[in-house]
Design a binder for this molecule. Structure first.
Ligand SMILES: Cc1cc2nc3c(=O)[nH]c(=O)nc-3n(C[C@H](O)[C@H](O)[C@H](O)COP(=O)(O)O)c2cc1C
Length: 403
């Protein structure tokens, strides 16, 4: 364990003085879609495709968006909506907005040191950031580079020793919540990742090399960043430690036996707040509440797991109705605007996790890109509150919807 920590604490954060393109370059970005298009230009095809795609035929990915867009907001007028306040609490802590950044695997391959930069942008905006187990920067890299606690997302893999060590490292890094992701016992297939030859570290096949020559900024930054593989695994695997071996280890470690007893085990070794992420069913939500979770995230992994599952937003109302009085219900899946945040809150969510909305910002412009994504959503939410006659987040409920 100590060996692993000292290995991981080695400097990993070159290039951090450059938070991204100049403010002028980000000036013409007015919505998340602009960030998506900029990310598509700047990030190699394999990693942009990884961020963008859903599993199989992408029905659930599409449903996440289309079901959100179908929800109509109720226009109200002649309400004094001066001095609006977008702040709220998430898990008892004040947050400037009812949003947090979702865990995102290999964020450091969207932009060098992407996890540290995204965490900084989130903390500067006053919202929680979640570091993924399968990040490029390790938990210690991030803890050493930022000032406030962040959330840590855990995959419980076949090697329970790894899960235990990650929990110990999250405690040592003073993480303020553990986000246990439970909807990935087996990985769903994203066709595009296979076609693009996605791999960690990046595959150097001719096709990928040719593509990288069109993204010189990315190549320079990622090469300067020095890390191209899973940071939390650095130093963990004894003996076989080549980057390729680490990638293969991860590929075989998702655990089909995972069950509620494992959640109990995690509860016994993690003393802090537990968030169970990947709940899409009322029965599972009730079990999560019984298991002692402080919160759940209603989520279908952004349409990346069970294709054919309902959209996350369509399941949110019945889940909040069933457990909303016992635990906090967070939501993700398809949130691309402040209007979407309003829709989810109206249906009972305490807050939303941003996934692709911020990943596009990261690929488009590093820390500035993530800050821009958050600021776009803040402004949209504030305007949407005004036009629906709402001054405080706590006032948002079904009355802001046209049922
Ligand atoms: C590129 C990418 C990587 C992701 N990696 C993880 C991960 O490592 N762990 C996890 O719990 N969820 C992961 N997710 C799911 C997100 O945390 C979140 O549930 C999802 O992105 C929400 O949908 P949205 O992207 O439409 O907002 C990932 C999602 C994307 C897009």
């Amino acid at each position: 364990m100590n060996e692993m920590l000292s290995e991981s604490f080695k400097p990993a954060v070159q290039g951090l003085t450059n938070p991204g393109p100049s403010p002028a370059l980000m000036k013409n970005v007015t919505c998340i879609e602009d960030l998506r298009l900029a990310a598509r230009r700047r990030v190699p095809r394999a990693f942009f495709g990884y961020a963008e795609a859903g599993s199989y035929s992408e029905q659930t990915l599409r449903a996440n968006r289309s079901d959100l867009e179908r929800i109509r907001l109720r226009q109200r007028v002649l309400v004094n909506i001066a001095n609006r306040d977008t702040s709220t609490t998430i898990l008892g802590e004040t947050a400037a907005l009812p949003i947090a950044l979702a865990p995102i695997g290999i964020g450091g391959l969207q932009w060098a040191n992407g996890e540290i930069l995204a965490c900084r942008a989130a903390q500067a905006a006053g919202i929680p950031y979640t570091l993924a187990t399968l990040s490029i920067c390790s938990i210690e890299d991030v803890a050493a580079a930022i000032e406030k606690p962040f959330w840590f997302q855990l995959y419980v893999m076949k090697d329970r020793g790894f899960a235990r060590s990650m929990v110990e490292r999250a405690i040592a890094a003073k993480c303020s919540a553990l986000v246990l992701t439970v909807d990935l016992q087996v990985p769903g297939q994203r066709h595009i990742d296979i076609k693009n030859g996605l791999s960690v570290p990046p595959s150097l096949k001719l096709k990928n090399l040719l593509d990288m020559t069109t993204k010189p900024g990315w190549v320079c930054r990622v090469l300067a960043g020095k890390h191209w593989s899973f940071g939390n695994l650095r130093g963990y695997l004894k003996g076989e430690q080549s980057i390729k071996a680490i990638g293969e280890w991860v590929g075989h470690q998702f655990d089909p036996t995972l069950n509620w007893d494992d959640v109990e085990w995690i509860r016994s070794i993690w003393p802090g707040k537990l968030i169970i992420k990947g709940i899409l069913d009322v029965e599972d939500a009730k079990l999560a509440a019984q298991a002692g979770a402080a919160a759940i995230v209603v989520s279908n992994h952004g349409g990346r797991q069970l294709d054919g599952a309902p959209s996350a937003i369509s399941m949110l109302p019945r889940i909040t109705e069933a457990v909303g009085s016992q635990i906090e219900v967070l939501f993700d899946g398809g949130v691309r605007s402040g209007q979407d945040v309003m829709r989810a809150l109206a249906l009972g969510a305490k807050g939303c996790l941003l996934g692709r909305a911020y990943v596009y910002g990261l690929g488009a412009g590093g820390q500035r890109g993530v800050a821009t994504a958050i600021e776009i959503i803040r402004k949209e939410l504030s305007t949407t509150m005004a036009l629906t006659g709402i001054r405080r987040i706590a006032e948002i409920d079904r009355r802001v919807l046209v049922e």
